[in-house]
Design a protein around this ligand. Structure first.
Ligand code: SF4
Length: 347
């Protein structure tokens, strides 16, 4: 049984042909799913009864369900998405002024295991399929907000370590037969899987990019992102520059500010020296608490001093507001849940 939410129009056309259904039907049926909020074949009222029955006998629309919804007083809402095998991932809607942003997950757990992040605490369970990634957007559109302004791929998992399923889901989001969310409205966050950043350009899947630096030098980065020890800060900056030149998309550097680790004035100056002149923004993210990690957020004074020193280097900066902390939906707080003990793995 195929899950239609995870198919491209070409794939579905092939299935239609194999099922003795006209190929042209693939496009409007996918539009029912991605644009018109259909959750059952029954609801596709312009199809004959026989066609609806034939489709329902062979296919399904979704493979996931919304298990639970938790809303924070600031409006941030987290959906727990139940997967077929019993695992759960999290998807978050972040409303802010006139913007409606959804943050989606790409893996169950994460092999990168950044030391400050809840998502990687238990390592990787498995990759999400293209349908499981795309369906998160469809669930949010249907249950919470039909008019999304942007999608950020910053939830659980390192997206570029699930390259094939991720790029297929992004194509589904962008397509005219799909959700119609252009790549300029999608931002992909990566901790720095360099060969796959190049591959995005080659494959023409070109969302905005947020590269997680988190440190001004390789020594500190190795401490907090130990599994990516081979990737140098300077190469991440170069990769960002090359991607920006090739795609003309926005590229930002993410920097999670950890008290006493990477938040000193000297760290800001070291970072500023490396980033200035690239015209790329640094997105400073004061740490959101995760009990088990032992890291703390910097004080307001340390945050201000860091931002001032970095800004003084001529680097454009944005400080991310904390949203969704009350329901553990803030950046770095999302968790994948599963019922059995999980083997610990490293990338
Ligand atoms: S910050 Fe991102 S890459 Fe690092 S462990 Fe968390 S989800 Fe994985």
């Amino acid at each position: 049984m195929e899950t239609l939410a995870g198919l491209t129009v070409q794939e579905f056309e092939e299935l239609c042909a194999a099922d003795d259904l006209e190929r042209w039907r693939a496009r409007p049926i996918l539009q029912w799913i991605h644009r018109r909020g259909a959750t059952s074949f029954e609801g596709m009222t312009d199809l004959s009864k026989e066609t609806r029955a034939a489709l329902a006998a062979k296919h399904r629309i979704f493979s996931t369900t919304v298990r639970e919804r938790r809303a924070s007083p600031d409006g941030t809402t987290k959906l727990l998405i139940g997967l077929e095998d019993g695992d759960v991932v999290e998807t978050v809607l972040i409303p802010e002024a006139d913007r409606r942003t959804i943050c989606i997950s790409t893996q169950v757990g994460c092999p990168v295991r950044c030391r400050f992040c809840a998502s990687g605490l238990n390592g990787l369970r498995r990759n999400l399929g293209a349908a499981e990634i795309a369906e998160q957007v469809l669930h949010v559109k249907r249950e919470l907000e039909p008019h999304l302004t942007s999608v950020v791929v910053m939830g659980i998992g390192e997206p570029l370590l699930n390259y094939a399923n991720l790029t297929k889901a992004l194509r589904i989001m962008k397509a005219s037969w799909g959700m119609g969310i252009g790549y300029n409205r999608i931002t992909l966050s990566t901790v720095g899987v360099l060969d796959k950043i190049d591959r995005l350009v080659e494959d023409g899947v070109t969302p905005n990019l947020a590269i997680s630096l988190h440190a001004p030098n390789d020594e500190i980065r190795r401490e907090i992102v130990p599994t990516m020890a081979k990737v140098r800060v300077i190469d991440l900056i170069k990769a960002g520059r090359a991607y920006k030149e090739a795609t003309r998309k926005n590229v930002t550097f993410e920097y999670v500010l950890l008290d006493g680790v990477n938040d000193d004035r000297k760290h800001a100056l070291e970072l500023g020296k490396k980033v200035r002149g690239t015209k790329m923004k640094v997105n400073v993210i004061p740490y959101n608490r995760v009990e088990e990690t032992g890291f703390r957020a910097p004080s307001k004074e340390r945050l201000d001093r860091f931002v001032e020193a970095l800004g003084g280097c001529g680097v454009p900066i944005m400080v991310r507001k904390q949203k969704g902390d009350e329901v553990s939906a803030a950046c770095g707080q999302l968790r994948a849940r599963w019922t059995e003990p999980v083997p610990t793995e490293h990338a």
